[in-house]
Every structure is written in structure tokens, then in C-alpha cells.
Design a protein around this ligand. Structure first.
Ligand code: ARG
Length: 269
């Protein structure tokens, strides 16, 4: 795709978003999100993306599927192929046919993984340059990651995650360009940290307080970086390197273990 292609994202309005179950340490059914504020924060993110020149496509929300808002987990897209997620937890498996239908109707080549492999799409599989970096242990499995990498004939670097709070790769790692990325080192085992250092020339380490604000869960559009509020140190590091950070409040989604990146899926490159 040419550099001029308008960035296109998939999002899902938070009509039915709430904390209905607990599948990561951020989720606590006793700490519910505020409905009106969730809608306001989600709209703020969508508007910001549109102001940055992006097109936003929407999946229709479905009652009983509160995490459908986290479209990063819909699939991993590559060219015109959409590898639909196979969720680890039963609570999210109902999302699979909804996302598959959306991709079908949008004209994609829809690919389903075998039933016995879990894979959570762009939550765990991110390109930095030509290489696919994939997180495993909590949600996606190495077998699934290798299978997907085989299909697209790309080198994959599997990264073992170590902290339940950073259960998806996109909660602790964010490619900025072909040669640089943001990451939170303690979320990776020693081998994974070494692999990241070996393959990515410029790594920006995020500090704990900001990692806990989901600083790594950012949406990158050329030099623009959209992220949750409360990450001033990372914002400065980004500005020093010529990036333009845009902070937007997303606390309601943090209650479910998600932020800017989780709420979006980039559909083109
Ligand atoms: N509550 C959701 C879950 O636990 C949050 C998903 C966040 N998505 C992401 N790409 N990190 O699955």
C-alpha cells in the first residue's frame, strides 16, 4: 500500500462494555466502568484518530459481548488476509463469529485457526519492520503463532511474557517505526528482552508507573502517537525523538485491562 493510503482502523462502540467477568488482573466486577464516561472516552479516541486523517470503520456492538470493544483482538491482518482470533477464554469466544462476519462483509480473505490453538490477533502479534513479534503464554500459543507466521512466510520472533498484568504483547510493546519501539522490559523473560534488543536498534523503555497507565498501548500513525493520559515521561521521550504524542483519557477501559491500542485495529499499512 502506498504511503499516501489513508490509515484505516476498526473500532466497536462501547454500548455494552462493562466488567462482566475477570480474565486479567485489571478486571474486577466490583469496580464497574461508568457508562457515560466510557462512551465519552471512546468517542474522544475516535475523533482524535479522525482528526489525524484516519478513517474509522465500526463493528456493531452486541449485548453480552462486553470486550468486543477491544478490536485489536479481532484478528491479525496481513495484506487482504484476516486471521481471526481464537480466544483463550470462553467468555470472549462469542466474539469470533462477529468479527469473522465483519471481515467477510468487508471483502477480506477470512482465515480461521484450528480449534485447539489460541491466538488473540493484533493483541499479541505486531510487526516491527518485516519481522513479526508475537507474545505468548497468557493468551496466544507458540504453536498458533508459528502457524500464522508460516502462512504469511514471515520470520516470527516469539516473546515469552512474564507478568499477568501485561498479558497481551500490545500492553508492553509498541513498534514506532521499522527500527524503533516502546517496551516495558519487566514484562518479558530474559530471552525475550535479549531478542528485542538484538532485533530493534532503538528501544524506549517505559517506567513502571507509566506501564501501569498502559503507556505501551499506543496507536502509532506516522509520527503521531495516541496514548492514555498520565504518561508524561514517555511523552517527553517521544517528543525528543521527533514524535508527536496525543494523550486522551481512557481510564474506563483500563478497568478491563485495555487502552488506546486495544480499542483499535489497523486495517492497512
Ligand atoms: N478485557 C479484555 C481481555 O482481557 C481486554 C483486552 C485488551 N486488548 C488488548 N489488545 N490488549 O481480553
Amino acid at each position: 500500500m502506498s504511503a499516501r493510503t489513508r490509515p484505516r482502523f476498526l473500532m466497536c462502540p462501547p454500548d455494552y462494555f462493562r466488567i462482566e467477568y475477570e480474565i486479567n488482573p485489571w478486571m474486577n466486577k466490583a469496580v464497574q466502568n461508568d457508562r457515560a464516561n466510557s462512551v465519552a472516552q471512546w468517542r474522544g479516541l475516535k475523533t482524535l484518530l479522525e482528526e489525524l486523517g484516519c478513517e474509522v470503520a465500526e463493528v456493531t456492538p452486541v449485548e453480552g459481548l462486553p470486550d468486543l470493544v477491544f478490536t485489536a483482538n479481532a484478528a491479525m491482518v496481513f495484506g487482504n488476509r484476516a486471521f481471526i482470533s481464537r480466544f483463550r477464554h470462553g467468555a470472549r469466544q462469542g466474539e469470533e463469529p462477529i468479527f469473522a462476519d465483519w471481515f467477510e462483509q468487508d471483502g477480506w480473505d477470512v482465515i480461521r485457526l484450528a480449534d485447539d490453538m489460541s491466538f488473540e490477533g493484533a493483541g499479541d502479534a505486531l510487526f516491527c519492520g518485516e519481522t513479526l513479534f508475537a507474545g505468548y503464554i497468557f493468551r496466544s500459543e507458540v504453536r498458533a503463532i508459528n502457524w500464522v507466521a508460516d502462512q504469511i512466510e514471515r520470520r516470527v520472533i516469539p516473546l515469552q511474557l512474564t507478568s499477568e498484568q501485561f498479558y497481551h504483547l500490545d500492553t508492553c510493546f509498541c513498534p514506532l517505526s521499522d527500527e524503533s519501539a516502546i517496551y516495558y522490559p519487566p514484562a518479558f523473560d530474559q530471552y525475550a528482552q535479549a531478542a528485542l534488543r538484538a532485533h530493534i536498534p532503538e528501544l524506549i523503555a517505559v517506567e513502571k508507573d507509566e506501564a501501569d497507565r498502559f503507556a505501551c498501548n499506543a496507536v502509532v500513525i506516522d509520527r503521531h502517537v495516541v496514548l492514555n493520559t498520565g504518561c508524561p515521561v514517555l511523552e517527553t521521550q517521544l517528543r525528543d525523538r521527533g514524535y508527536i504524542p496525543h494523550a486522551t483519557p481512557l481510564d474506563e477501559f483500563l478497568k478491563s485491562g485495555g487502552s488506546a491500542k486495544c480499542l483499535t485495529l489497523r486495517l492497512n499499512s
